[in-house]
Write a protein that binds this ligand. Sequence first.
Ligand SMILES: [Zn+2]
Length: 258
Amino acid sequence: MSFSIGRLTVDVVSDGEFRLDGGAMFGMVPRERWEKWCPPDDRHRIRLATHGLLVRGEGFTLVIEPGISGDVDRDLFAVTKVPTLEESLAGFGVAPEDVTDVILTHAHFDHAGGGHRFPNARTILQELEWKAMCSPGLLHNRSYRPEDRPSAESLHLVSGEAEPLPGVVLRLTGGHTPGHQIVVLEDQALFWGDLMPTVHHLSPPRFMAYDLTPATVAKMKQSLLAESAEKGWLNFLYHELDPTPRRIEAEGRRFRFS
Ligand SMILES: [Zn+2]
């Protein structure tokens, strides 16, 4: 599935599936509801995708979210690595050395873990996220892995809104993590990161137990849903099993996928 978005060619790539506790993924939502959307396995885990993006523009080859660490507890997280991100990129004729830029929405292991696979790429993330990654504090200690830190040579920090590549705009949202950011492509598409991990997290109050500041997640989501509906953006969701991007419609103060 290739999408022509302004000057950019955008493809959904994958680093395979993994699983997380269903209750943790749905925060305050009662199990009676979420288990109908995402049936848990016998260890109470639900299936999640790692659907990052390959974005090609004039003079650059960008990967948004370089995938999941290969050396996490594969049994606990049921990491499949089918396909690996390298295999997925190869399907589009892209080798790891060809990648010039990597964007991390945030630095948790299921998003930032694969960055070292791209020897020539700079790694773009928010300065606040880099600080959080280096001194995670008590709550996120296990989600930030020292092994996932970009090398000093590849590190490219931004603060707040930035356009590190033509047509690729980063916006700091916070909420899920201190330096979480989303990516807007040519003012026509939105990569949500963990602000909306799956289609079942559309409603602003549906947050994850992993979100550091749920009120910020809800507020940011409400305003981005409104902007996305108004501008007719294509929406890409990293953890959603079905990689098809969707559009959002407003229905009064509420939103739905169209
Ligand atoms: Zn995640």
